[in-house]
Design a protein around this ligand. Structure first.
Ligand code: PPS
Length: 579
């Protein structure tokens, strides 16, 4: 028998509401709609499938206040995290939301009806109080507090939900289990003691060792139960992580471990989150739960101190252990002992024993540079997955933006670079000349400031997409405005690659006089005569960059020397050359 659900009954709303599903679907068409955010979708999925038992809906004012203040629902049941549905005043007015009314909750991705909410309570939360009480401080360095103040709307609507559909998933469908399905799976395999392992990070050998050890100590099986909803901003994406988990699950002793994905939106709420995680795992049938050091910790606060103490989470779970009825297994830090080719818990290693470790920072460095990652640290199959998602610099894409006056020579440098990159195999090369972008992407735009801005942002969008796919992108717009270049850079850095896009601003600082003097096409003459208006350098400004990664000047150097300087810049950043 799997562990009993929190509160004794699994609140599987899909099963409960199956007999009236057709009626609910019909009614959902007649009701106003709320389209759910990503976080709300995750919450609703777990409310409906029983992962959040004993909840049967979003919290009312009374339950919310009770949970915030006391970690309990009004009926006394332990529940540490507020689960609320936030709406704006505008939604309340336009949808005529009021206690007693019903509203359809829809999946914002495909508009499908997921549930009907019977509103019993509409209230305005005190967000600062929620931040203080639930997350320990009203400090926006905490991702959930930041989210609360910047994304959560001003009102909460509470009430019971009736289930229509679970949100549809298209990735790793076979690894997604509801509590009911997971319980049936345990039943089928006669698993009665199950140690659940929560994770939002790639797993390596130490994690495998500590879970195997926990299972052996407890004479139990292992459930690797990673979060694939929302985790901490900046985490490894779940697509990559699941491939890692799939690789590592094969390394467990036969029949010991199973992998199931949890569509949870984490809050990084440390101790309260650990209690919540324990409740969720109990609902999924686990009997034991590994609680980490600084479990679900959000990192440092705005004063540079940890939000929570390293053992706060374990202490809070221990405090409620009688009510939780899921046994906490403290996470044991493992270290590798090279002499014995084995892992041991840090606190059991005799003094003086030589140990080896690779920190997260060191691992990221090795991935970036392509340096070897030893077998004792991870598995070849795991490293392969990570290297595919985080290719070393020498295989990452990049964007070089050459900015300068018309006829600065940026195009000549760009074409020379294109040849040089094509000479080196491995990357596709994209040349985004200013006039190509103008004719192919921005034909309807002129040269007013906002049009130049828009033109550059379109270029940045394309450059980021190409860079992320591993291309070498060379772009040559005039890009005369500092704020537009900065916006373009920000977009490319954010979207141009897994660990941050590689972007280089090269100022082709050939002086205006030189550009004008050597202009064979006569565009400057047209600008001087007024035939072309608002021309860069003549009657429109050019903000010389103060943040260029490199400055070249074709009045003083040749195309080949400018090109060479750019190649050296890339080489020194590890983007070309070795590996
Ligand atoms: S910007 O400022 O980045 O949007 O400019 P860009 O897209 O690079 O376009 C530059 C080409 O447009 C021709 N052109 C002008 N340039 C500057 N100002 C004005 N008013 C203007 N009108 C037309 C300019 O000659 C560039 O063409 P090429 O053929 O690239 O030299």
């Amino acid at each position: 028998m799997a562990n009993s659900p929190h509160g004794g009954v699994l609140k599987d709303l899909h099963a409960r509401d199956a007999p009236i599903r057709q009626q609910l679907i019909q009614e959902s068409e007649t009701l106003p709609d709320i389209r759910l955010t990503e976080r709300q979708l995750c919450d609703l999925e777990l409310i409906m499938n029983g992962g959040f038992s004993p909840l049967e809906g979003f919290m009312t004012k009374e339950d919310y206040e009770s949970v915030v203040e006391t970690l309990r629902l009004t009926d006394g049941a332990l529940f540490s995290m507020p689960i609320t549905l936030d709406v704006s005043k505008k939604q309340i007015d336009s949808l005529k939301l009021a206690p007693g009314s019903r509203v359809t909750l829809r999946d914002s991705r495909d508009e499908s009806p997921l549930a009907i909410l019977s509103i019993s309570s509409i209230y305005q939360p005190n967000k600062s109080n929620e931040a203080e009480k639930v997350f320990g401080a009203d400090d926006q360095a905490h991702p959930a507090v930041h989210y609360l103040h910047n994304s959560v709307k001003d009102f909460y609507v509470g009430g019971a939900v009736q289930a229509i559909n679970s949100p549809e998933h298209y990735d790793y469908v076979e690894l997604r289990y509801t509590p009911r399905e997971l319980r049936a799976y345990f039943e089928k395999l006669s698993w009665t003691r199950v140690v659940a392992f929560q994770t939002r990070n790639p797993m390596h050998r130490a994690h495998r060792e500590l879970t195997v050890r926990a299972a052996r100590q407890q004479r139990a099986n292992v459930l690797v139960h990673p979060v694939v909803g929302l985790t901490k901003p900046g985490d490894v994406d779940h697509f990559t992580r699941v491939r890692v988990y799939e690789a590592i699950i094969r390394t467990y002793p036969k029949g010991m471990a199973a992998l199931a994905l949890l569509p949870l939106a984490m809050r990084m709420g440390g101790p309260r989150e650990a209690v919540w995680h324990a409740i969720i795992r109990k609902n999924f049938g686990a009997t034991h739960f590994i609680v980490g050091r600084d479990h679900a910790g959000p990192g440092k606060n705005s004063q540079g101190k940890d939000f929570y103490g390293p053992y706060d989470a374990q202490e809070l779970v221990t405090k409620f252990k009688d009510e939780l009825q899921i046994e906490m297994v403290p996470f044991q830090m493992m270290s590798y002992i090279p002499d014995q080719d084995t892992y041991m818990p840090v606190d059991e290693i005799p003094k003086g024993t030589v140990t080896a470790d690779i920190s997260g920072t060191e691992l990221r460095r090795r991935l970036k540079t392509g340096a070897p990652i030893p077998d004792w640290f991870s598995y070849e199959a795991v490293v392969k997955v990570l290297r595919e998602s985080y290719p070393p610099k020498a295989r990452q894409g990049f964007t070089i933006l050459l900015t300068g006056y018309v006829n600065s020579g940026a195009n000549a440098i760009a074409k020379a670079l294109e040849s040089q990159f094509q000479q080196q195999a491995g990357r596709s090369v994209s040349l985004l000349l200013g006039d190509t972008i103008r004719s192919e992407l921005s034909a309807e735009l002129g040269f007013a400031p906002e049009e130049r801005h828009k033109n550059l942002q379109r270029l940045a969008f394309v450059a980021a997409e190409l860079s992320r796919a591993g291309a070498a992108v060379i772009a040559t717009p005039i890009a005369p405005y500092d704020h537009s270049r900065k916006a373009a850079k920000a977009h490319i850095v954010q979207n141009g690659g897994a660990g941050g896009g590689n972007f280089f601003l090269v100022h082709v600082a050939t002086p205006l006089e030189h550009c004008e003097k050597t202009d064979r096409r006569g565009v400057y003459a047209k600008a001087r005569s007024g035939e072309i208006k608002g021309f860069t350098g003549i009657d429109d400004k050019y903000d010389a960059p103060t943040d260029a990664d490199l400055v070249v000047d074709l009045s003083k150097q040749s195309v080949s020397s400018a090109t060479h300087a750019i190649i050296l810049l890339l080489e020194s950043n590890g983007l070309i050359g070795s590996a």
